[in-house]
Design a protein around this ligand. Structure first.
Ligand SMILES: NC(=O)c1ccc[n+]([C@@H]2O[C@H](COP(=O)([O-])OP(=O)(O)OC[C@H]3O[C@@H](n4cnc5c(N)ncnc54)[C@H](OP(=O)(O)O)[C@@H]3O)[C@@H](O)[C@H]2O)c1
Length: 243
């Protein structure tokens, strides 16, 4: 096992969907810190990690709370040493997503989670990564962050799209410190996230989508890539999204 594979992994959005699937996929022999707002959901993920042969640390937080994010990074440091691997999957949207319907309060709240929250988690871990000369950052954006369309909503699309430059500049500035970042842009994924759509997809439509495990497999590939490899961007979508 490489040093990187044995270093703690911190996952946000780990109480469900893609974040939970990543936690379980990497669990055997791993130390996985799981964050999100719902403590009970995180406990369920932690149990799955332990069942799969990993160690888990439950750190409930709102990624929009910068102090809580910094405290969580410290708790990981205290327990296991610094988290040199991040999977940032926490994200939100709203059904009322058009310019006509979206309030500015909702806009700010979506940006606080999907963009500023991502930057906060990276910011909390980056000094340790620089010191170690080692770090892997996986940022879960969206198909909406890859190609602009109105349907995902203005706040969601703008915040997810902004993660492209965030990751690109992280790679440009921090590669010299052994830090590698990847933007993952999934298409439709059959997860709880779909409940936030104005029209919630039915069972038939969900059946044709990616599963959280499909995306977790993609992210695991990034996490397990050797230290000299940078994967800037991966776009993964279901065939059904093109037909
Ligand atoms: N499903 C799709 O079709 C799809 C497509 C493309 C991209 N994505 C992206 O994939 C990521 C994961 O989504 P998913 O599909 O796995 O859906 P999900 O199951 O709803 O996961 C989203 C997670 O983010 C957490 N979260 C939301 N706001 C948070 C906050 N402020 N602080 C901390 N945690 C927060 C949620 O937990 P709590 O509510 O407990 O905080 C939840 O566990 C999201 O960033 C989403 O934008 C999803």
């Amino acid at each position: 096992m490489t040093a990187r594979a044995s270093s703690p992994l911190w996952i946000t959005g780990a109480g469900s969907g893609i974040g939970r699937a990543v936690a379980v996929a990497v669990a055997p022999g791993s130390r996985v810190a799981v964050s999100g707002r719902r403590g009970d959901a995180l406990e369920e993920t932690a149990a799955l990690v332990r069942d799969a042969g990993g160690e888990a640390l439950v750190l409930p937080l709102d990624v929009a709370d910068r102090e809580a994010v910094a405290e969580a990074a410290q708790r990981i440091r205290d327990k296991w040493g610094p988290a040199l691997r991040l999977v940032i999957a926490a994200g939100v949207n709203t059904p009322d997503r058009s310019w006509q319907r979206l309030s500015m309060a909702e806009f700010e709240s979506i940006v606080a989670t999907n963009l500023t929250g991502v930057a906060s988690v990276i910011d909390a871990a980056l000094p340790d990564m620089r010191d170690a000369g080692d770090g892997v950052v996986v940022v879960v954006s969206s198909y909406a962050g890859w190609r602009t369309s109105a349907s995902p909503g203005v706040a969601y699309s703008a915040s997810k799209r902004a993660l492209g430059p965030l990751v690109a500049i992280l790679n440009e500035e921090e590669a010299a410190h052994g830090i590698r970042a990847t933007l993952v842009c999934p298409g439709d994924v059959n997860s709880d996230f779909l409940a936030q759509r104005p029209v919630v997809p039915d069972a038939d439509a969900r059946e044709r989508m990616l599963t959280p495990d499909d995306v977790a497999r993609t992210i695991r590939f990034v996490l397990e890539s050797p230290p000299h490899v940078v994967i800037d961007e991966l776009v993964v979508s279901p065939v059904s999204q093109r037909s």
